[in-house]
Design a protein around this ligand. Structure first.
Ligand code: FES
Length: 154
């Protein structure tokens, strides 16, 4: 007689060591472009109902009298942050009075140039372009109308 022994050998449970190799650091040399969705969603929605008006900007705000704007020069309207110029007689222009360098308000117009007092930038009265730096971008134009002696924002 013999006692049988069964040696139950548990099947080797392989301890699977999962090598998580998913987080590979890159070299950092792949800058992702910031998402700039180009294009507008085109969803034709039949909007028959005029749902409210948007009185956003006071169109037609009077800026100055045309006679106040010297030919070849201009006037700075600090409150409205607009500079109105008259490069040639009867030809009026308007630009943002906020300097494109660091945001000072331009202070004066003379010799055909709009002057920023902060760092000395100068912009041409005809088109707002930079005549003297450090600013590198022109003054943004503003839309105006001249009726009679009144210069107004559009
Ligand atoms: Fe106008 Fe610097 S903010 S020149």
């Amino acid at each position: 007689m013999g006692a049988q022994r069964r040696a139950v050998l548990a099947a080797g449970a392989a301890a699977a060591v999962s090598l998580a190799a998913g987080c590979g650091d890159g070299d950092g040399g792949t800058p992702e472009p910031t998402g700039s969705p180009a294009g507008t969603p085109t969803s034709p929605t039949p909007s028959d109902g005029a749902s409210g008006s948007a009185p956003a900007s006071p169109a037609g705000e009077e800026l100055t009298a045309a006679s106040e704007v010297p030919v070849g020069g201009g006037v700075v309207l600090a409150d409205q942050e607009v500079v109105v110029t008259q490069p040639q007689e009867g030809e009026f222009r308007a630009f943002s009075a906020i300097c494109t360098h660091q945001g000072c308000t331009v202070a004066s117009v003379g010799d055909g140039l709009i002057a920023c007092p902060c760092h000395g930038s100068r912009f041409r009265v005809a088109d707002g372009s930079v005549a003297v730096g450090p600013a590198t971008r022109p003054l943004p134009p503003k839309q105006i109308t001249v009726s009679g002696d009144s210069v107004r924002l559009v």
